[in-house]
Design a protein around this ligand. Structure first.
Ligand code: FE2
Length: 267
């Protein structure tokens, strides 16, 4: 599993705060700064998911994932425009939704959402590194995130609200109400939430790949080391056997060795 150094955790969090201070201004920035100051200790170390094979299930994974989604959302938005889509949202709205689509994963106002799994068997055999804190209200992450934002008085536009709410797309059956309408009058008037979902999904899938190939590389490295050790042991055994054979043999080899050590035997 990926392990970030203390410096990397600090640097990543610094990048996140820079995105906030460069994107927002005025009262909105003040309120967001207060929220981030209050949640800093939790945000810095939070994972992005609880299971190894999901995505970025490591200390600091949340911040890495958020930075990834912000960057991907900007790229996907540009691509959408290039292929003929209409951009009728602001970059501030897009970045705001990307920044906060998983905010609910850091927990509620008092406690964190992810707790370390204490059962070693489940960690080893199921890759379950974290469990959901059973002591906080069971909520979907987007809704908890929106709750936290309103608690800090951060007003969200409709595009931002739907961007956060629908970031999981149809992976969350609650979103069917918005996404499976089969009626143009009810379909989404603005497509920013699709961009958010594509960016989140794309980032998540590539984060999984990063984990899978890193694991594969590690396994290959271990296999290579084990093979090297095996070869060395085999060679050692082979050479020991040769020495044994040499000393045990009654052939001329033994006479040669005797001669070498003590000179020509007397007749
Ligand atoms: Fe996400």
């Amino acid at each position: 599993m990926k392990q970030l150094t203390e410096q990397q955790l600090k640097d990543n969090y610094g990048k996140l705060r820079n995105v906030v201070s460069e994107t927002f201004s005025g009262e909105r920035l003040e309120k967001l700064n207060k929220l981030y100051d209050d949640f800093e200790d939790r945000i810095v170390v939070a994972p992005a998911s609880g299971k190894e094979e999901y995505h970025y299930c490591h200390v600091g994974g949340y911040v890495e994932h958020i930075l990834h989604v912000v960057d991907t959302a900007k790229k996907v938005s540009k691509l959408y425009e290039q292929i003929g889509g209409t951009i009728d949202w602001t970059e501030e709205e897009l970045v705001f939704a990307a920044l906060h689509h998983d905010l609910g994963k850091v927990g509620d106002l008092t406690e964190e959402h992810y707790l370390p799994q204490e059962n070693d068997w489940r960690v080893k055999n199921m890759g379950e590194i974290y469990i959901a804190n059973p002591d906080i209200q069971n909520m979907r992450a987007p809704e908890r995130g929106l709750f936290i934002l309103q608690h800090y008085g951060v007003v969200c536009s409709l595009n931002e609200t739907l961007g956060i709410k629908l970031a999981d797309g149809l992976y969350d059956e609650a979103n069917e109400y918005y996404l499976k309408t089969f009626d143009t009058k009810k379909s989404l008037k603005n497509k920013m939430s699709h961009i958010l979902h594509w960016a989140d999904h794309m980032s998540t899938v590539s984060e999984y790949d990063e984990w899978r190939f890193e694991n594969q590389k590690q396994s290959e490295k271990v296999a290579l080391s084990v093979n090297k050790i095996k070869d060395a042991v085999d060679k050692q055994v082979e050479s020991n056997n040769e020495v044994k054979e040499k000393f045990n043999t009654k052939s001329t080899d033994a006479k040669d060795i005797f001669n070498e050590l003590f000179g020509e035997p007397k007749k």
